[in-house]
Design a protein around this ligand. Sequence first.
Ligand code: PA5
Length: 533
Amino acid sequence: MTTRFSKSELWQRFQHYYTEYPTLGLGMDLSRMNFGEDYLPGMKTAIQKAFIAMAELEKGGIANPSEKRMVGHYWLRNPGLAPTRTIQTEIEETVTAIKAFAARVHSGEVRGSGGVFTHLLVIGIGGSALGPQFVAKALGQPATDKMAVHFFDNTDPDGMDKVLAEIGTGLGKTLSVVISKSGGTKETRNGMLEAQSAYARAGLQFAAHAVAVTGTFSELDKYATTNNWLQRFPMWDWVGGRTSELSAVGLLPAALQGLDIDGLLAGAKACDVVTRVPDPRINPAAQLALMWYYIGDGKGSKNMVILPYKDRLELFSKYGQQLIMESLGKAFDNDNREVHQGIAVFGNKGATDQHSYVQQLRDGVLNFFVTFIEVLQDRQTPSMEVDPQVTAGDYLCGFLLGTRQALYESGRESITLTLQAVSPHSIGMLIALFERAVGLYATLININAYDQPGVEAGKKAAAAVIGLQKRILDYLSEKSGHALTSDQLASGIGAHDDFETVFKILEHLAANPDHGVKKLAGASPFLATYQKI
Ligand code: PA5
């Protein structure tokens, strides 16, 4: 039976398990997680081991053994911690170069063919997009931002058309920042080519409007060099994609938008100071990791619902989803045992979600816990009253507290993070907090949080499909004038294991005008025929 504490017991627990971190503007409440008094003492050895592993990582140990890489995102906000002088200098010089470039863009010294850059098009995916998207939305002020930010974060042609339509005739005043650590990610390459073609259609030269953030000597790096792009900024192998927000990946778009990147870095640095303390009673990252371990029995058996009651934090759940699921979702542990670890993460924002899936959270299947994020400051100016003595922000607060209590009463556990305000400092802090919680939790469950074999496998599988499409098109050209079923085609090209993929590719080809493939309906979906016209 689920333990549940009465209101007076909860108040006692709150006083015991609520911690304020004044340097971070953060409060963390664990009282609505129903762990017993012996849980935290029982985890002492395990969490100490995690602190030691984290200290080794920060010193530059090979913390990503499968890729034989150091893991250095903590150095980005405190370059003095980097294991070599060269790395320290690279980090410092990159921040200086970002600020200098942003200043030249804002002053109009670097400008587009149509005038001063007022739009920013960021092209990237995964770790090369989610952080910039989260920060742009969290901290942007449309009235005062230096540039309006747009994203290509997929290889969806219609999605890109929509973004280009938003930019409209402003392409000559649009700076494109192409971000890819590896420099070879197809979605990003395609986005770049589509953007390049859009500039060309508008009579503009892409190179005069383009900047790259990528690893040295990557395909993208070479392309940007050969084509004389405006500037290139580095990505280093010791920064993982999903922990790259405080490298040029996130800092360059933020600086161009006009956001306070020093504030972001300072918030993350301050959080690192607090979360480095090897005592879970006063370390919020360790507290999160231990709560994740408690609620999911160290196996991720409960989903994490991230519910910030703040529109600006809406993308935090999406950002956190990648950070947590791509880091922790692993088939094998560090001893090569098959474990299939992970924590499923979803969420959006409150109070909006109360009119959506919160119904199920309250009354339905109990397979989750909630991480509420409360922001004390409603807005920077006073608010009107929507009812006597009540503001809209009071309602937001009321909905959070009411929902949390209602969930608790039906046996649903939750953590609450309280932020004073949404600011560059608190956003940097939140990023650093979850980065370290993920790292500590990974040691608790003995997995490598810093590789992503599943992502690589997905890239290979897509390449195989594109290869198959090429064979289909060649065969259709060879058999020009003949209408063939998908079975005949699959047999014809020797794709005996791939009948379904051949069928799906043909359906896609026939739905688009690009390859001249025509479909003639048959008596069943599988008797339809396809030919090249
Ligand atoms: O976190 C990761 O490593 C991934 O999500 C990558 O960021 C994503 O695959 C994009 O890779 P790249 O930056 O090399 O284009």
